[in-house]
Design a protein around this ligand. Sequence first.
Ligand code: HEC
Length: 213
Amino acid sequence: MIMSRRFKAALPILALVLLGACTAGGDDPGLEYAPQMYHSVPYEPLTQIKDKEAGTWLSNREDGLGEFYNSNDNNEFSQNVRMPVPGTVRRTANGSLPYRLKQEDLLIAADVPNPLPDSPAILAEGKRLYEVYCDHCHGSKGQGSVEETSDALVGKVFIGVPAYNSQLKKGLSQGHIFYTITHGFGRMGSHASQVSEEKRWQIAKYVKQLQNQ
Ligand code: HEC
């Protein structure tokens, strides 16, 4: 390519002008090359552009608004997400309502039904979890460890654990058992931090079976 001398001489000046345009700071994005690559067409919560005129010089939008405008005027905060209806409660992953009953709510807790369906798979999982979290104190059949045992492996580490099928305990509802695992009961501590809500209901199902043995 043949360039005129004059053009060659002007090149450094042109370069200076171009580089000088490369400034940005604060709210000023500077000169953007291919701005449509930076500005999101969908509504972006973190890059809200509420000025309807923004980018009109570039616009090819059908609604005639500026190319960079990306807010939703029909909603509060100009975003697409809406505030939930007051009093809305988010359901848990398994579709049940969150358990908010406190230690003092035992009487209400006892009436809460187990949200899980009856199924051999759930019962088997309850048994597996029981063997991990409860067995060592309550015994493999929930017989408790009231009596001393000569078995060196079992020992008599936890004395005073009631049998699930005793007169006093066999009537306890699954809601009560869930409550016991959640908040603890008397000398038994809470297991809420180790066992998720869904797993606690699975265990409760299995304990119910042990009560009837
Ligand atoms: C560290 C030993 C220990 C572990 C682990 C343990 N428990 Fe207990 N549990 C006890 C003791 C002790 C009692 C008796 C508490 C009392 O009456 O003061 C008890 C009582 C209970 C009761 C009867 C509550 C009532 O209202 O009388 C239930 C039901 C129960 N446990 C279920 C479970 C389940 C289910 C697990 C497993 C998630 C479990 N426990 C884990 C020691 C334990």
